[in-house]
Design a protein. Structure first.
Length: 138
């Protein structure tokens, strides 16, 4: 593993830690009823299936890598870009659901900060993975 990739993973872990910390503190802004509404909004069949596109994309990447190893790097780049796009799309979806539930603006603002840090960790780490793949012949 290159030192650049190690740095990317460390940055990702730090971002995930701070994101989680902000999310936990934000939950303290909610009443028990609001926490119940939040939980109810994010449970259900639709929410269990939202990761299916990532699973399908990853399975496609694995299949391409197995059947056509010469396209492995290109397929990896597409997978990483799709994953990052999906993260941002999922964050927007969650924020819209929260606004529809009429959760307090202070909570939504803190959650938005949390997701921004979370997404930026993945963007930085994903960017390093892409750099390693494209420029280092990974």
């Amino acid at each position: 593993m290159s030192s650049l990739l190690s740095i990317g993973l460390i940055v990702l872990m730090v971002c995930l830690y701070f994101s989680r910390s902000i999310s936990k503190e934000a939950l303290e802004l909610l009443t028990d009823q609001e926490k119940y509404l939040l939980e109810k909004q994010f449970t259900g069949t639709g929410n269990r299936l939202h990761l299916v596109p990532i699973i399908v994309c990853f399975a496609t990447y694995m299949l391409v890598s197995y059947l056509q190893p010469s396209f492995s790097s290109a397929a990896f780049v597409v997978f990483i870009l799709f994953f990052l796009f999906f993260l941002f799309l999922n964050s927007i979806r969650a924020l819209r659901k929260m606004k529809d539930t009429d959760l307090p603006a202070a909570y939504i603002r803190e959650y938005r900060h949390s997701r921004w840090i979370y997404n930026m960790g993945f963007v930085l780490c994903g960017g390093i993975l892409l750099y390693e793949t494209v420029f280092s012949g990974g």
